[in-house]
Design a protein around this ligand. Structure first.
Ligand code: PMP
Length: 329
């Protein structure tokens, strides 16, 4: 099969059984490798769909200038997609962006606007949104993608991964375990799979320090998973259970995954594995559990796979565990 362009190579990702990570026969644990998308992550799907639906509706024309606030996988995916559509793209990023991601954005030809001032919450979220709004006002024919509120984000996963799961897997999924940030993946995949199996249990994975599901805002290091505000797309009533994991649990699971399965995955894939470890003892035997691995380990060499960083999050994990124990005693 010869594809027309890199855009046609988005999707159709394989699913693997994690036999070595979960060797006992009581459960089947499957992972769909979204990390194998051409831009390196699951965000190729919403980037492509949000741009192409915008074009279809006429909201995006050949004269449009695409703008989005993202320092991560969505920005890289949008840069790749916009380059192929010959649309200028501006990514609003903050100083926490990794040198690798900054370089990738440059390589894919994005314009980069870096905010430097912190907002009232000592973060960059509000400054980034203010900057997007200023750029939108100043730039002729600009279109703000707005991944946190754009319904084409969740729809890309509904028509994408979820449809592939229903077509490709010979087994019925009992538990869907998904790490959330904009919650587009969670909402989209859960909605489609639940239509096919109303007994499906939807398990969201959030990271300690994220406020997505009512958690207390706190320090967290891994990009991609969690959020410091509740996205418009999230409907928590569609989620059966939320499992919290922290940076250390996620990174430990990533390291175990590459050792046992030779799957070199990013932080949120480790979060999903750490959550599945907590889930398995609580569910009926012979359940089928499915997760998605959102990106590869290359973008985490200075985090998950760096010993100093790993020791730092381990230290934080240990001191939080001691505090929790002290509160119980
Ligand atoms: N994992 C990684 C690595 C991501 O980049 C993202 C997107 N931020 C997610 C998980 C969560 O996806 P979503 O935004 O669809 O909730």
């Amino acid at each position: 099969m010869i594809y027309d362009s890199i855009l046609s190579c988005v999707g159709n990702t394989p699913t693997v059984r994690l036999n070595k990570m979960f060797p006992y026969q009581e459960h089947t644990v499957l992972a769909k490798l979204e990390m194998l998308n051409p831009g390196g992550s699951i965000k190729d799907r919403p980037a492509k769909f949000m741009v192409e639906q915008g074009i279809k509706r006429g909201d995006i024309t050949p004269y449009s200038h695409i703008i989005e606030s993202s320092s991560g996988n969505l920005a890289i995916a949008l840069a790749m997609i916009c380059q192929q559509h010959a649309l200028p793209f501006t990514a609003v990023v903050d100083p926490k962006i990794s040198p690798t991601n900054l370089k990738l954005l440059e390589i894919y030809g994005a314009n980069i606007v870096q905010v430097t001032e912190k907002d009232q919450n000592n973060g960059y979220l509000q400054t980034r949104i203010d900057t997007v709004q200023r750029l939108v006002a100043q730039t002729p024919n600009s279109v703000w993608i707005n991944q946190y509120a754009n319904p084409d984000n969740w729809r890309s996963h509904y028509f994408g991964e979820a449809e592939e799961i229903l077509n490709d897997l010979e087994v019925k999924v009992d538990y869907l375990v998904v790490g959330a940030s904009t919650s587009g993946t969670l909402m989209g995949v859960a909605r489609r799979l639940k239509e096919a199996n109303k007994n499906l249990k939807v398990i969201a994975v959030d990271i300690t320090g994220s406020v997505l599901f009512g958690g207390t805002s706190g320090p967290r290091e891994l990009p991609g998973i969690g959020a410091s505000r509740v996205p418009e797309l999230l409907d928590p009533t569609e989620v059966d259970e939320v499992i919290y994991v922290d940076d250390y649990e996620s990174a430990s699971a990533c390291r175990e995954l590459v050792k046992k399965e030779s799957i070199f995955a990013g932080g949120s894939s480790g979060s999903a594995i750490a959550a599945i470890k907590k889930l398995l003892p609580t569910i009926p035997k012979h359940s089928v559990v499915l997760t998605l691995f959102a990106d590869r380990g290359d973008r985490y060499l200075d985090l998950v796979y760096d010993q100093d960083w790993f020791d730092m999050v381990k230290q934080r994990h240990l001191s939080n565990s001691i505090t929790q124990l002290e509160q119980i005693v």
